[in-house]
Design a protein around this ligand. Structure first.
Ligand SMILES: C[S@@+](CC[C@H](N)C(=O)[O-])C[C@H]1O[C@@H](n2cnc3c(N)ncnc32)[C@H](O)[C@@H]1O
Length: 428
């Protein structure tokens, strides 16, 4: 048995395309397992592997990439809280919000989902998060919920004060967030994986598909599609966005969140490029004049599916729209420097605008430039005091730097504006 045979076994069993991590890693993993199993050569190890489910799991444990940390790509969690938190358009009023983290690795991702939703004000008993991973070892760490410095990256760590307490060897997550997450071992490629249909309001499948080849990616996305509610959101990693578009998902237009939704019946008319191009441009940002907003109720910026027309010829300034679309796409693809440069050029050439400042704030926030992000968001609010998304993002930044009172004020401002809009809409 040669290396290629083991690589084939890994692909069939867990989806891993060895070329994504490099042959040396697989080779090293095999040598490590051969030594542990007492096999003299690859042929002997192959026999052991085929005969022993325990050894199969050990080999899987040796090749998985468990890299993860709290609030990784934090805009995804802001978008989740905004959509499904109290007052959000996806709020579930009667039953529980159900979320899935797959793969959850050592737990940082599902626990972040719990912290984000609890911080947004969702009562714990209305939140249920399922978290699945193929690695038993990763799950054991997740269940312990004690984390070292590597899990806390970046400078915005105030959530740690709120949710963790120091223990020997790291930080222990508190019960409030822990109790919301149910961990289970599972392989997304297994027949019968998470049986059932469309139960989740949001699925996080981040940084898994990058390790799969195209057929396995398509198979995995079909499983996730089955599990996601028709109005649900699917979050992927920055490098996985193009794949989702090519598999028929539609950008949820939540900048930097790398979020997608299922296509609606009228999407073909809205995004004609989707039929022909592998990677259609996201729908245009709603263009808006640079002048301060009038005090009248403003339309919600968070796009309802298919609510934004493909073009808004009457909106001004039309010249700004295309560069900002490009900036948004660069941001969605993780090309943050490019996105920042385009926003800054727009601001230089056309003066302050809500769209450019808002996107700039999101990108700066995503790369950990919290002070500059805050500055950009404050400029948005100067132009448009009711800009709901900015109020929510700025609240998150204030939360992160420990200004809980300031964050509360911004959130209640956002809720007030939202109510005002709903009531205004009801009267017309
Ligand atoms: C890089 S981590 C991603 C963790 C988290 N989603 C994030 O983005 O931070 C990849 C995880 O995928 C898991 N994994 C790999 N193949 C899998 C499969 N077929 N089914 C379930 N989990 C798998 C690995 O065990 C590993 O923990």
């Amino acid at each position: 048995m040669k290396l290629a045979g083991f690589e084939r076994w890994l692909k069939e069993t867990m989806g891993l395309d060895a070329s994504t991590i490099g042959p040396t890693i697989v080779d090293r993993a095999l040598r490590e397992r051969m030594a542990a199993a007492g096999s003299a050569d690859l042929a002997g190890y192959w026999q052991t592997l085929r005969a022993s489910p325990l050894e199969q799991q050990e080999l899987i444990e040796t090749v998985v990439v468990p890299e993860t940390w709290f609030f990784r790509d934090r805009e995804a969690f802001a978008a989740l809280a905004q959509r499904f938190g109290p007052g959000g358009s996806g709020e579930r009023t009667l039953d529980r919000l159900r979320l899935l983290s797959l793969p959850c690795s050592t737990g940082e991702e599902p626990y972040t989902m719990a912290m984000a939703m609890l911080d947004a004000g969702l009562p714990g008993e209305r939140l249920a998060i399922d978290a699945v991973d193929i690695s038993e070892r990763a799950l054991a760490k997740a269940r312990r919920a004690v984390y070292g410095n590597n899990s806390f990256r970046g400078s915005e760590l105030q959530y740690r004060e709120r949710h963790f307490s120091p223990v020997p060897g790291g930080w222990q997550l508190g019960a409030a967030a822990r109790e919301r997450v149910n961990f289970q071992q599972g392989n997304v490629l297994d027949i019968g994986f998470l049986p059932g249909e469309a139960v989740y309001d949001a699925v996080f499948c981040r940084n898994l598909l990058i390790y799969f080849d195209p057929p396995t990616q398509a198979r995995t996305v079909a499983v996730l599609d089955r599990l996601l509610r028709p109005d649900g959101l699917m979050f992927v990693g920055p490098a996985e966005t193009g794949l989702m578009l090519s598999l028929g998902f539609v950008s949820a237009q939540l900048p930097m969140a790398f979020a997608f939704r299922k296509p609606a019946a009228n999407d073909a008319a809205v995004v004609p490029a989707a039929a022909t191009a592998a990677r259609p441009l996201p729908k245009p940002l709603p263009a808006k004049a640079a002048a301060p907003a009038p005090a009248k109720p403003r339309p919600r910026v968070a796009p309802a599916p298919a609510a934004i027309p493909a073009a808004t010829p009457a909106a001004a300034p039309a010249a700004n729209a295309a560069p900002l679309q490009i900036a948004q796409r660069a941001a969605d693809d993780g090309r943050f420097d490019e996105a920042i440069a385009i926003c800054q050029a727009q601001l230089r050439e056309h003066g302050p605008s809500v769209e450019a400042l808002y996107l700039l704030g999101l990108v700066l926030g995503a790369i950990g430039q919290a002070t500059r992000a805050e500055d950009s968001f404050r400029k948005v609010l100067y132009l448009d005091p009711a800009h709901e998304e900015t109020l929510m993002h700025l609240a998150l930044l204030l939360d992160a730097k420990g200004d809980a009172a300031g964050a509360r004020v911004l959130r209640s401002r956002a809720q007030r504006h939202r109510k005002h809009e709903i009531q205004g809409g009801g009267r017309t």
